[in-house]
Structure formats: structure tokens, C-alpha cells
Ligand binder design. Structure first.
Ligand SMILES: C[C@H]1O[C@H](OP(=O)(O)OP(=O)(O)OC[C@H]2O[C@@H](n3ccc(=O)[nH]c3=O)[C@H](O)[C@@H]2O)[C@H](O)[C@@H](O)C1=O
Length: 410
């Protein structure tokens, strides 16, 4: 099979090593491509889609999904390949004639302009961003540079892109975090932004530029604010599966395949000028995530307390992002994968692939035998009691009767 056609702007570091590593180890995936299930009638006004951050986690799921499900579209993945990205996320596409990878940085407007023109881009899906909240407390300005200035450089390049094709759809990937803490009841897309950390502030700022460019320069934009996405091929951001705060913070988890279906639905059916929440109905506490993960690694309840340690919490930690996803549901999207099955698929995937995806990380994690989970303690209930409750089934739980995740073999 031809090697991936990686085009890199002049002066970029050679990708040969990681390319050989990537293509050489495609077999580790047993040819599996992790994608969603939806396929719509291709749009007549879209031929060539630029996916920024397409070698990352959520961007990777959407890149694989669109490249495999839509041979009618040219899919151009633009990624700077920072530490959280991996060529393994896209090397399974190497044999597809409609897929192209271009290495480049969003803050380089000229590089973006070249890609827009060289590939006659008429649709942009903007995933590239610094996304790890914890890191934004330590290095907030890099989030401004990458997420705000990077988005504006992209908008400027799109604004000035006047090739034979102009951009007809600009899908901006925002986040549910722009709302800040949403605990009392589900919020819809009209809720006021109340970002509480440097990451979510940078995403809120980026959205403001998108809406301003839409108004002033007619950028045909729609915005997506998703709950937490999880699943195979997510960079393991910390050495342990750590969970901060009391362990009782809630997140609503969406398996990668369901997220890919959500973005696919919005690519084909989303209305320009609108924002859409992607809502997961599976809310679960950090502590329960940790306990469920330990169970999947074969630990028994008496081991849990030994594996759970408390470390300092984030400066501020949103308790929940309870969003209402009715607008997207009205377009026909449904969440399919229950958290229990998605977590099982994820754990099994990491046990098989972690050491090849991110060798430098896997050296610090002995995935096979040790999963220690750090829980931030600022609550009153002791770990043991909380863990007991979870083992006795007193948990957030999840809706049942959803089908298993889809993995397409080559
Ligand atoms: C939609 C957003 O999802 C992600 O942000 P979020 O902070 O909600 O996700 P995390 O996975 O970083 O944290 C979830 C939850 O677990 C705690 N935790 C996480 C990682 C870790 O190493 N230890 C932890 O204790 C954390 O305190 C949270 O309460 C995504 O990163 C973001 O881009 C989104 O847009």
C-alpha cells in the first residue's frame, strides 16, 4: 500500500521517522479503523474538506469517519503533530485516494492559505486546539496563542481565500465548557458564557471571533459544543488515570464513534449561523470512572481504596456540564454507545495499542499491571465510603439498551 502522502511545508522537521513508525505498525491496529456509523447523502456544495487537528483525538475520529464513509469528499488533515497527536490516528487511511495529510501550524496563516488554495477547500472543520484543561492553569498564554490567535489566523486565511472554490461551511469545534458550571438543569445553546478556566476562556474567545467574522466577513459558520468525548486514541494526558476534586465532579461522556456521528450529522444537516450542543446522557462521577476502570483492569473492590490516592484539586473545577442536545437530536442524531461498553472498548484498546501510539508515555505507565488513580480530596466523605457506594451500585448509572461501538475492519 502506498505510504501516506505527507506533504509538509518547507523547513518542517522530517516526518520520515514517525511516518515509517506509523506505516510500519499499521498492523498493530489489525487494520481496524475506529469510526462512527452515519452516512448521509453527500452535499453538492462540498467537495474538499479541511480538518484542522485531524491527527488528534476527536479530530482523528472525524477524519477517519469522513475519509472512510465518504469517498466522494477529499479529506485534507492539517495538523502540527504536537505531543497529543499521533500519525497512528490516521495511518489506517494510507490507502485511501481521497485522503491527504499536510503538516502545519495554525498560527502560520500563509501555510493555511496554501492548503486552502492547493486543495480547493470548500469546507473547514476546525478541531485543532490545546484542549487539556489542567495544562491551561500552568501555561494559560499558550492556550490563547493556539486557540484564539490560531483560530483567528484560520479565519483570516478563509476570509482571503478566493480560489475557484470558496469556503461554504465553516464548522467550529467549541466545547460545553464555555457555559461554565451547569449543575441545576440542562442548558440550551442560548445560555450565557461563563468560562471558569483559561482553557474554556480561550475557547469562548475563539467562538467570539468566529461569530464576529461570520457577521463582518460572511464566514458561513456553525459552532459545536460537545460534552466530554472519550475512547481509543486519546492521548493519556497524565501518568495515572487521575481524577481531581472530591471525585464527585460529574462529566457526561460521549464515545468517539458517537461524537463522529454528531459531527457528521452537523456537516450534512447543520444550519449555518447556529450553535449545537452534543449531549451525552451518561453522567458519571470521576470516582466512578476510576473505580470502573480499575474493575476492567481486574482489580477487586478491596484493592480500590489502596489504588485511590488524593492529590490537590484544580484551582477551579466545574462540577458538571449539563447541556440540552435537543437541537442536534432534531436533526436525527442519537447517542448509541453506553459508557460501560465504551469504557470496556477503550481499556481493551489501550492495553493493545498504548505502547505503539505514544511509546514515551507508555514507559511511565505500566498499563498491564498497575492503574493507580489519584482522586482530589476537598469533600468530606472518605474514599472508602464513596467507593463502597459505587461498588454497591449507588451510582450515576447510565441509560441502557444501546448498541456496541462500531469498529470497521479493513
Ligand atoms: C468538553 C471538555 O472535556 C475535557 O475537559 P474536562 O476537564 O472535563 O476533562 P478532563 O478529562 O480533563 O477532566 C474530567 C474530570 O476528571 C478530572 N481529571 C481529569 C484528568 C486527570 O488526569 N485527573 C482528573 O482528576 C477533572 O478534574 C475533571 O473533573 C477536554 O479536556 C476539554 O478539551 C473539553 O472541551
Amino acid at each position: 500500500m502506498p505510504a501516506l502522502r505527507f506533504l509538509t511545508p518547507p523547513g518542517s522537521p522530517p516526518v520520515k521517522k514517525s511516518l515509517a513508525l506509523a506505516t510500519g505498525r499499521a498492523s498493530d491496529l489489525e487494520g481496524q479503523r475506529l469510526i462512527g456509523t452515519t452516512r448521509f447523502e453527500p452535499r453538492s456544495d462540498v467537495k474538499s474538506i479541511l480538518i484542522t487537528g485531524g491527527a488528534g483525538f476527536i479530530g482523528g475520529w472525524v477524519t477517519r469517519h469522513l475519509a472512510v464513509q465518504y469517498p466522494e469528499y477529499k479529506i485534507v488533515c492539517f495538523d502540527k503533530l504536537d505531543v497529543v497527536a499521533s500519525l497512528f490516528n490516521i495511518n489506517c487511511l494510507e490507502s485511501l485516494p481521497n485522503f491527504q495529510f499536510v503538516r502545519g501550524d495554525l498560527t502560520d496563516q500563509a501555510a493555511i492559505a496554501r492548503v486552502l488554495s492547493d486543495h480547493n477547500i470548500d469546507c473547514v472543520m476546525h478541531f485543532a486546539a490545546c484542549s487539556h484543561v489542567q495544562n491551561s492553569f500552568d501555561d494559560p498564554l499558550s492556550f490563547t496563542v493556539n486557540n484564539v490567535i490560531g483560530t483567528q489566523q484560520l479565519l483570516e486565511a478563509v476570509r482571503h481565500h478566493k480560489g475557484p472554490q470558496v469556503v461554504r461551511r465553516f464548522i467550529h469545534v467549541s466545547t460545553d465548557e464555555v457555559y461554565g458550571d451547569v449543575v441545576e438543569s440542562a442548558c440550551d445553546e442560548t445560555k450565557q458564557f461563563m468560562p471558569t478556566n483559561p482553557y474554556s476562556a480561550s475557547k469562548a474567545a475563539a467562538e467570539m471571533y468566529v461569530w464576529a467574522y461570520a457577521k463582518s466577513f460572511n464566514i458561513p459558520a456553525l459552532v459545536v459544543r460537545s460534552n466530554n468525548v472519550y475512547g481509543p486514541a486519546q492521548y493519556p494526558e497524565s501518568n495515572n488515570a487521575t481524577s481531581e476534586c472530591t471525585g464527585l465532579n460529574i462529566r457526561r461522556y460521549l464515545y468517539g464513534a458517537d461524537a463522529a456521528d454528531g459531527f457528521d450529522t452537523l456537516l450534512h444537516k447543520g444550519v449555518i449561523g447556529e450553535a449545537y450542543n452534543i449531549q451525552s446522557s451518561h453522567g458519571i462521577t470521576n470516582l466512578e470512572v476510576a473505580v470502573r476502570t480499575l474493575e476492567l483492569f481486574g482489580y477487586s473492590p478491596q484493592d480500590f481504596t489502596r489504588c485511590l490516592t488524593w492529590i490537590p484539586d484544580r484551582p477551579f473545577n466545574d462540577h458538571d456540564y449539563w447541556v440540552d442536545g435537543s437541537k442536534l437530536a432534531a436533526l436525527g442524531w442519537r447517542q448509541r454507545v453506553p459508557f460501560s461498553e465504551g469504557l470496556k472498548a477503550s481499556v481493551s484498546w489501550y492495553r493493545k495499542n498504548l505502547d505503539s501510539w505514544w511509546p514515551e508515555v507508555s514507559k511511565t505507565i505500566n498499563v498491564a499491571s498497575t492503574v493507580t488513580t489519584d482522586i482530589h480530596h476537598c469533600g468530606t466523605q472518605s474514599t472508602a465510603n464513596q467507593v463502597e457506594d459505587i461498588c454497591d451500585g449507588e451510582t450515576m448509572g447510565e441509560s441502557s439498551g444501546l448498541s456496541t461501538p462500531v469498529m470497521v475492519s479493513a
